[in-house]
Write a protein that binds this ligand. Structure first.
Ligand code: AMP
Ligand code: MG
Length: 379
C-alpha cells in the first residue's frame, strides 16, 4: 500500500505545490491529476516501467493504447513523425482543449504506450493544473482516465480516491472537470480523417472552425471478435459501467408515452430480477432506482404514482432518486454530469439507473456513445 497524498489546488494555486508530483512523474511514479475532460492517471511517457504501473494499477488491458499529454508544440515533433499540415490546423483551432490526434509515432515512444500500433495519440490539455504538471515534469505524460478499468471515468478528485487510494502517491485535486467526458479522438494517420471517439468537439465544429472535413464518429461495431485490433480501443471494451444495471429511455415525441415506457421498463426490470432469483422471497428489500432525465421530462414524473403502481404490480417497494439535467443547450449538461451521476447512484447502491436518450448532435453524440457503452438495453 502506498500512502496517497491528496493535494488540494485552488484556481489561483501556487505552482510550487505541484513540484513534488512533477518530481514523482520524473522518477517513474504515478500522479492522478485533473484535465478539462476527466481526471488522468499520469506517467512519464518515455519510461516503460512507469507505464507498466499505469496498466497494472488500472487493470487496463495491454492492447488499449494511451494518450500522450503535452504542454508545448516542441515536444510534438519528438514523439510524432510525418505530421500533416491538417494536424497543425486542428491544433491552431482547438488546442489546448479536448481534442486528441492520432499521428505516426517516433521511436522515442515505447511500444507499450501505443499497444504495438505504429501510431501515437497526442493531446494538449487546457486545464492549468495539467499544464503546470507537464511543464514542471519536463516530459510528455501518458494519462488514461484515472479510474479502475471498466468503471466510469472520474470527473472529481474523490472519484479517483475511491478507485486508486493506496495505489498512487499523489492525487491533485482541482475540483470538478469542466467537460466531464473524454476528448474527441481524430485519426489523422489515414487518408480520410475520422473521429474514433466522439467528444465535445464534433465534425461540424471542426468544419465550421477550419473548413476541414473529418468523418463523424460511426457507432461501434457489434459482435467484437477477440482478435480485433482496436484502432480506438473504446470500440472493443465495455466501459464506464456502474455496478447497477443501466437502461436508456428512448426519445419519444409524446411525453406521456415516454413516461409510460419508463414505468413499464422499471416493472419489467423488477420482474426479471425476481425470476433471476436475486429478489425471490425477499419482498422486504426495497428497490432503489436512479433516474437521470432531461428537466422537462423529470418535472412530469409522478413519484408517488410510480411507487403505488409498482407496489401493486410487483409487491416490491421502490424508492427513487431523481436527478435532472438542463437540456436547453443540447446535451452539454447531460454529458457533463453523466459519469458523476453514475458514481453517485452507485454510492447510494441503486439497483437500476435509467437515463434519458438525447439527440445525436453536438454533445449528444458523445453522451449517447458513453451511455450506450454502459447500458444493458433500451426501453
Ligand atoms: P482513456 O484515456 O482511458 O480514455 O483511453 C485513451 C483512448 O485513446 C484509448 O482507449 C484509445 O481509444 C485511444 N488511443 C490511444 N492511442 C491510440 C492510437 N495510437 N490509435 C488509436 N486510438 C488510440
Ligand atoms: Mg478510460
Amino acid at each position: 500500500m502506498i500512502n496517497t497524498k491528496l493535494i488540494k489546488l485552488k484556481p489561483d494555486f501556487d505552482p510550487a505545490l505541484i513540484l513534488p508530483a512533477a518530481e514523482a512523474i520524473r522518477s517513474g511514479e504515478l500522479v492522478a491529476f485533473p484535465t478539462e475532460t476527466v481526471y488522468g492517471l499520469g506517467a512519464n511517457a518515455f519510461c516503460e516501467t512507469a507505464i507498466k504501473k499505469v496498466f497494472e494499477v488500472k487493470g487496463r488491458p495491454q492492447d488499449n493504447p494511451l494518450i500522450v499529454h503535452l504542454s508545448r508544440l516542441g515536444h510534438l515533433t519528438e514523439i510524432a513523425i510525418n505530421i500533416p499540415q491538417i494536424a497543425y490546423d486542428l491544433l491552431a483551432a482547438f488546442a489546448p482543449g479536448p481534442i486528441t490526434l492520432i499521428l505516426q509515432k517516433s521511436d522515442l515512444i515505447p511500444e507499450i504506450v501505443s499497444a504495438g500500433l505504429p501510431t501515437v495519440a497526442i493531446r494538449f490539455p487546457s486545464d492549468p493544473i495539467a499544464q503546470v504538471l507537464i511543464k514542471l515534469a519536463e516530459v510528455p505524460i501518458v494519462a488514461p482516465s484515472a479510474n479502475l478499468s471498466g468503471k466510469p471515468s472520474p470527473t472529481q478528485a474523490w472519484h479517483v480516491y475511491q478507485d486508486l487510494a493506496g495505489k498512487v502517491p499523489y492525487i491533485l485535486d482541482g475540483g470538478s472537470c469542466d467537460y466531464g467526458l473524454e476528448s474527441t479522438i481524430i485519426d489523422l494517420s489515414v487518408a480520410d480523417p475520422v473521429i474514433l471517439r466522439p467528444g465535445f468537439i464534433t465534425a461540424l465544429d471542426i468544419k465550421d472552425a477550419t473548413g476541414i472535413d473529418v468523418i463523424e464518429y460511426q457507432a461501434d461495431r457489434s459482435g467484437i471478435e477477440s482478435d480485433f485490433k482496436p484502432k480506438a480501443p473504446g470500440q472493443k471494451y465495455r466501459h464506464y459501467s456502474p455496478r447497477a444495471t443501466v437502461l436508456i429511455l428512448k426519445e419519444n415525441s409524446d411525453p406521456g408515452e415516454r413516461l409510460n415506457n419508463l414505468l413499464i421498463g422499471i416493472e419489467e426490470f423488477i420482474r426479471n430480477k425476481i425470476s433471476d432469483n436475486n429478489l425471490r422471497n425477499d419482498t422486504t428489500k426495497e428497490i432503489l432506482v436512479g433516474l437521470f432525465l432531461a428537466e422537462e421530462l423529470s418535472k412530469k414524473v409522478n413519484i408517488e404514482h410510480f411507487k403505488k403502481f409498482l407496489y401493486n404490480s410487483t409487491c416490491y417497494k421502490v424508492k427513487f432518486k431523481l436527478e435532472s439535467y438542463n437540456d436547453q443547450q443540447g446535451a452539454v449538461d447531460a454529458a457533463h454530469d453523466l459519469f458523476n451521476r453514475f458514481r453517485e447512484f452507485d454510492r447510494i447502491q441503486a439497483d437500476l439507473i435509467i437515463c434519458s436518450a438525447e439527440q445525436m448532435s453536438g454533445a449528444g453524440i458523445a453522451y449517447m456513445n458513453r451511455l450506450g457503452k454502459a447500458a444493458a438495453y433500451e426501453i
